[in-house]
Design a protein. Sequence first.
Length: 193
Amino acid sequence: MALPLMPKATAVWLVENTGLTFDQIAEFCGLHALEVQAIADGEVAQGIQGLDPVASGQLSHDEIERCQADPAARLKIQISDVPLPVAKPRGTRYTPIAKRQDKPDGIAWLIRNHPELTDAQISKLLGTTKPTIAAVRDRSHWNTTNIRARHPVALGLCSQSELDTAIERAQRAAKNAGTPVAPPTPAPAGGEA
């Protein structure tokens, strides 16, 4: 059974504003009946402001009245048919300090195995800059002697699905432009490719 948002705050509101039994409130909010009784006694959830489940669309007045009339009845949460918005990551991707030195290795692997990827796609995929990509490409990077081409998924710089999507887009763009496309490279089994 789906639980309401902020169960304790919802339980506080139901205790203060309805004649529902502790068992009904406890089952609806996913709490123990003794915890709901402690909320009613003021021993638990002090300072928590109640959340109105009717205003948030989780319950209707009719449902509350039905359950107040029959103590054996159980509250049923309303499932909204409105899709919830999906949060999109904003801004640049954070790469932990321990993995930052691996970015040139991932760039080198992408340049070698997927030349159809543009610098902008590589930049977005790995969270790096175009000057860094250019430096790895023309071997003028300050650490060129230590760069080893390694699979970016194995390095943890991107996910396999993100890599596959970027490669598909680049291959579609290359087909539309009429340039030859390199065959796809499988993900590494153990770490390096």
